[in-house]
Design a protein around this ligand. Structure first.
Ligand code: SAM
Ligand code: SF4
Length: 330
């Protein structure tokens, strides 16, 4: 049976599913403080619909699924849903991205449901600043969540840090040093252009080169050679003898488009093939009109056929996305 291969010969084997557009935080670069137009519950895909799409996608070569949002842990029934996914034949890797606020309460149940690892987004280790970035006073809960995830053996615990110049770049070294105490994989992500309150400016984006310079000025990093190329776009390093790792994800300064293997499903059932393209294919209506598995497959193939070669963030022609990360699922 043929798999999902786009016109540029990229094999699409990674699906990111946003399970909700709701969130218990309001990060300044992701959501406005208030007045966000949330979808009606009936517009959001039901779990059985998500599972059906996942099953069809896995039959067509998807081997890795990441669950994201909004905040996935705020959706009721998420544990049972993850349990179903983790038992799905053919799915080799299941992961979850969370803001960590509910992680301490959920970690054990996540593990029992079959989740092996977790990605936690955390942009500041300082309470006041965390509050300013996320508009929620929950730093301690996130730190407790990280501890708990480590304690019960969700491995590795990845900590994703979006670096914004003049905002949290003075914490880059602190985050990196965390990997000398903890087995966390701290990954620095370049701040990407989404139109939240017109807040993104190119000058606020700190490049991987600049972030690395800050760290290596403090202490040298050694590359981690995994020999495994399917690990995603992060470039990985560690301090000598450190239990954790430092990684860099550079969507702005270095395109990883040529090896992009991703397909995204928004919470309201739209397939997107590029984070930075507003082209979407509606899969929800097809499901609700009673279309067959073959029809759904055709939509997957159609989406993949239209996957753009790359984004143009650095071009003058670049047009910001009309939907923010909380809708698309970062
Ligand atoms: N709520 C969960 C969380 O925060 O981890 C999952 C969804 S969130 C949209 C997924 C990721 O997108 C987070 O790591 C967040 O930091 C990242 N993100 C959101 N807006 C971004 C932006 N403009 N640039 C870079 N990363 C962004
Ligand atoms: Fe919520 Fe995650 Fe967006 Fe922050 S980045 S507002 S936690 S969805």
């Amino acid at each position: 049976m043929s798999g999902l291969i786009d016109p540029y010969k990229r094999r699409i084997d990674y699906l990111r599913i946003s399970v909700t557009d709701r969130c218990n935080l309001r990060c300044v670069y992701c959501m406005p403080a208030e007045g966000i137009a949330l979808k009606e519950p009936r517009e959001i895909l039901r779990y059985e619909e998500l599972l059906r799409i996942a099953r069809i996608a896995v039959r067509r070569g998807i081997t890795r699924i990441r669950i994201t949002g909004g905040e996935p842990l705020v959706r009721r029934g998420i544990i049972e849903f993850l349990g179903e996914l983790s038992r799905m034949d053919g799915l080799e890797d299941l992961s979850l991205t969370t803001n960590g606020v509910l992680l301490k309460d959920y970690a054990t149940r996540l593990k029992e449901a079959g989740l092996k690892r977790v990605n936690v987004s955390l942009d500041s280790l300082r309470r006041e600043r965390f509050l300013r970035i996320t508009r929620g006073d929950h730093l301690q809960r996130v730190l407790d969540g990280l501890e708990e995830a480590e304690r019960i053996g969700l491995k590795p615990v990845k900590v994703n840090v979006v670096v914004i110049k003049g905002f949290n770049d003075d914490e880059v070294v602190d985050f990196a040093l965390l990997t000398k105490e903890k087995p966390y994989h701290v990954r620095f992500i370049e701040y990407m252009p989404f139109d939240v309150e017109a807040g993104w400016q190119k000058e606020k984006c700190m490049t991987t080169r600049e972030i690395m310079d800050l760290i290596t000025h403090h202490e040298p990093l050694e590359p981690v050679n995994t020999g495994y190329t399917g690990a995603g776009p992060a470039r990985r390093f560690r301090f000598r003898g450190a239990p954790g790792e430092v990684g860099f994800i550079s969507p702005v300064s270095e395109h990883f488009c040529s090896s992009c293997n991703r397909l995204r499903l928004t919470a309201d059932g739209k397939l997107r093939t590029c984070l930075f393209s507003d082209d979407e294919i509606d899969i929800r209506e097809a499901l609700r009109e009673g279309k067959s598995d073959e029809d759904i497959e055709r939509l997957l193939f159609m989406a993949v056929k239209g996957k753009p070669m790359g984004h143009r963030i650095n071009d003058n022609l670049f047009k910001k996305c009309s939907r923010t990360m909380s809708f698309i699922g970062g």
